[in-house]
Design a protein around this ligand. Structure first.
Ligand code: PLP
Length: 390
């Protein structure tokens, strides 16, 4: 039995913001913070020991997405990987047009906005009411000068799994680079870069029980893009800077565990989110379920509701005081107190977008957590509605 890092009385329902570190990952990291302190670029035995560990981790991560070891470039996070993919492709190819969607993570949207300031044209595709964009929309949007399309694999707020394989097929025929942000998907659903027909894929460790501050960009071997960070030439010149050995080792361990437990984790998580999506509308009036209903097209463990007349932030704070950790919109958007761009893009008005609650579950949750949420949530929604009607 793996020890559960979540305190006994806590319901941690914010796994899309970050997952707790799996104790097996922590154990794998520890020696690299202590006696295995070498720089992987040193020639002596301490250096070689660190290099071996980095390369082993690289192989485990590549195996999880059916890529080749040499195609993984380590980055500091998924934000950096997405910036690398977009800016690296934009500046290395001829052409000036990029296609993306309105429901990407802020790091893709803000990198795209910045590219527009540098003279590139960006088309932002509108999703349907469940967050899907279609291959037909992509086909209509691409032009003769399109360099790149970037469409996320799974949305962090409403869990929509985009039809990446179909879009990949289409773009392959047109010889346009295709990037997908799979930060929320890898480790939770099967991800196979060959099947998806992508050229670049972003991933990170802290959404799959690894440490924060380490990510990666998978770049298909025949694809050459510019580097963002220049320096000593690490990562074959693609991303300079001494490798974060302990966290890379942790990332590798997390990938290895994910490969063996993906099926059982997914089954449990679908059960938890499915049960909650059934229960909440039964127990609470005037609630909207955001995102797709079909479990096969939704990230396992993701739920997102809007409660009419309730401010999402107030609800998060009240739940927190009862031991339930959830969030409104995405972790980054929550700080700005702006309504989620994703919920607005799928057609929610400002007020409903402000009244959203995302509960996202992970490996260390159990079906009993649903019971605790059922006991607490309806009453808290009711109290907030009473307060706002006073
Ligand atoms: C879909 C998606 N992409 C990118 C990121 C950014 O990840 P990181 O925190 O590793 O920069 C997140 C984090 O919430 C995410 O959900």
């Amino acid at each position: 039995m793996v020890e559960n890092p979540i305190p006994e009385k806590e319901v941690y329902a914010d796994n899309n913001a970050t997952t707790p570190v799996d104790p097996r990952v922590k154990e794998a990291i520890q020696p690299f913070l202590e006696e295995k302190y070498g720089n992987p670029n040193s020639m002596h035995s301490r250096g070689r020991e660190a290099r071996e560990a980095v390369e082993e981790a690289r192989a485990k991560i590549a195996s999880l997405i059916n890529g080749e070891k040499e195609e993984i470039v380590f980055t500091s996070c998924a934000t950096e990987a997405n910036n690398h993919a977009l800016k690296g492709a934009a500046f290395s190819k001829k052409g000036k047009h990029i296609v993306t969607t309105k429901i990407e993570h802020d790091c893709v949207l803000n990198a795209s906005n910045w590219l527009e300031e540098q003279g590139f044209d960006v088309t932002y595709l509108e999703p349907d009411k469940n967050g899907f964009v279609s291959p037909e929309q992509v086909e209509e949007a691409v032009r003769d000068d399109t360099i790149l399309a970037s469409v996320m694999l799974a949305n962090n707020e409403i869990g929509t799994i985009e039809p990446i394989e179909e879009i990949g097929e289409l773009l392959e025929k047109k010889d346009i680079l295709f990037h997908t942000d799979a930060a929320q998907a890898v480790g939770k659903i099967p991800v196979d870069v060959k099947k998806l027909k992508v050229d670049m894929l972003t991933l990170n460790a802290h959404k799959m029980y690894g440490p924060k501050g380490i990510g990666g960009l998978w770049v298909k071997d025949n694809v050459k893009i510019d580097s963002l960070i220049h320096g000593g030439g690490q990562e074959k010149g693609r991303r300079s800077g001494t490798e974060n050995v302990p966290y890379i080792v942790g990332f590798g361990k997390a990938a290895k565990i994910a490969e063996s437990s993906l099926k059982s984790d997914r089954k449990k998580l679908n059960k938890i989110s499915g049960k909650l999506m059934e229960l909440i509308p039964e127990k609470v009036d005037n609630v909207v379920v955001n995102g797709p209903e079909d479990v096969d097209r939704r990230l396992p463990g993701n739920t997102n509701f809007s409660f009419h007349g309730v401010e999402g932030e107030s609800l998060v704070l009240r739940l927190d005081s009862k031991g339930i950790k959830a969030s409104t919109g995405s972790a980054c958007a929550s700080e700005s107190l702006e309504a989620s761009h994703v919920l607005k893009a799928i057609g929610l008005d400002e007020s409903l977008a402000h009244s959203s609650l995302r509960m996202s579950f992970g490996r260390f949750n159990s079906i009993e957590d649903v019971e605790k949420i059922r006991e607490v949530l309806p009453g808290e929604v009711e109290k907030l509605r009473e307060i706002s009607s006073m």
